[in-house]
Write a protein that binds this ligand. Structure first.
Ligand code: SF4
Ligand code: SF4
Length: 189
């Protein structure tokens, strides 16, 4: 993901007003508008008719079908959605889009959710090391997507030329970077 993309995501995340309902249900009201902005889909229109899930070729393997994912996004269930296996199993076939009476492309929403997961990992890397650790980003992507072998030869060549360091390199003034994170509202960290 490019720095520009990361910046554009950050700009869609408003100051966090996340709240806790009871002890278990964490609701993030910024999640729905963020995902709508990224996916260009009007998720609020979904009335959970389940036609998308019924036609989705990979729904059988998902922990939450596409309709369920949209419902969780509507309810601000950010952590649950971003930890979901379903978002990595969508193959982008767009069957859901053709079946939806409201013209919602759940596949586009899945794309946006994957970007948010990688963006979160990108920020974690910056917070820990002051820069991106390419190897952990790559490993996370491979593990989550299940796409273990694509570009393996390219990765091996880059590794042998020292372009992908095993250990993360920390910048000198890491404290200043961490200070930036503590000054930010929680929803943007
Ligand atoms: S088909 Fe459309 S309206 Fe029905 S559950 Fe899926 S996204 Fe929602
Ligand atoms: S685009 Fe993704 S969510 Fe939609 S039907 Fe295809 S695999 Fe399922």
């Amino acid at each position: 993901m490019t720095t520009g993309a990361a910046a554009s995501i950050s700009s869609t995340v408003k100051p966090n007003v996340a709240s806790t309902v009871g002890n278990a249900l964490r609701v993030d009201p910024t999640f729905l508008p963020t995902v709508e902005a990224l996916s260009h889909e009007n998720i609020r229109l979904c009335y959970y008719c389940l036609k998308c899930t019924a036609g989705c070729p990979t729904a059988y393997a998902m922990d939450y079908g596409p309709a369920h994912i949209l419902k969780l996004v509507q309810l601000g269930q950010k952590d649950k959605v971003l930890r979901s296996k379903a978002i990595w199993l969508c193959v982008g076939c767009e069957t859901c889009w053709t079946r939806c009476p409201n013209g919602i492309a759940a596949g586009h929403v899945m794309d946006a959710l994957r970007v948010l997961v990688l963006h979160r990992q990108f920020l974690t890397s910056i917070r820990l090391f002051g820069r991106v650790h390419e190897l952990s980003m790559l490993a996370l992507y491979k593990l989550l997507s299940g796409d273990l072998f694509t570009d393996l030869d390219l990765g091996a060549r880059m590794f042998l030329r020292g372009k992908i360091p095993i250990l993360p390199e920390r910048i000198k003034d890491l404290a200043k970077i961490r200070q930036l994170f503590t000054q930010q509202p929680r929803g943007q960290r």
